[in-house]
Design a binder for this molecule. Structure first.
Ligand code: PNS
Length: 160
């Protein structure tokens, strides 16, 4: 059974994330969407809010699980017997950071491959921070996040 991990901050999960998760779920037996800690970021949504939103948007994908982990990603990969980390690579601006993480993870745990998915063209520009910025200023984010979590994201951003 081929297990892969889709890690991220998901603050909040976007249509771009969901596209990558859906495509991974079509290629692998088991996909774990992992809410992991990014030390460089201060998150806006709580881990529980982010986990619940990911669960909602992936509920129709039977081979997708959601988990939360605060340690080193490669330790989780090893524990799960996963063969790869899946990440979306949107643009050249993502490359340096993602390349560094992939090489570090491979050095720490050589059995761990990182597979980069190109985003669908419609999601090339999309990021969680764009959702937070546009939504926080009252803009229309309905094209950026799945419909089933739109209201809760709007409400939370409005309260900011
Ligand atoms: O969505 P993000 O913020 O780009 O995801 C980054 C994330 C969470 C995947 C990365 O920070 C991570 O792997 N965190 C877990 C801790 C870890 O293993 N850090 C070393 C990575 S080289």
């Amino acid at each position: 059974m081929k297990t892969v991990i889709c890690p991220g901050s998901f603050d909040p999960v976007t249509n771009g994330h969901l596209d990558i998760i859906q495509r991974a779920s079509g290629l692998f037996d088991r996909v774990i969407v992992l809410l992991a800690a990014n030390q460089e970021k201060k998150n806006y949504f709580t881990p529980e809010e982010r986990r619940e939103m990911i669960c909602k948007v992936t509920r129709d994908l039977p081979n997708v699980e959601v988990d939360v982990f605060s340690g080193l990603l490669v330790d989780y990969v090893r524990e799960q017997g996963a063969c790869a980390i899946i990440k979306g690579l949107r643009a050249v601006s993502d490359f340096e950071y993602e390349f560094q993480m992939a090489l570090t993870n491979h050095k720490l745990y050589p059995h761990c491959e990182t597979i980069f998915f190109t985003p669908s063209p419609r999601n090339m520009y999309l990021s969680s921070s764009i959702v937070r910025q546009v939504g926080g200023l009252g803009g229309d984010i309905s094209g950026f996040v799945p419909a089933c979590i739109l209201d809760e994201i709007r409400e939370k951003l409005r309260k900011k």
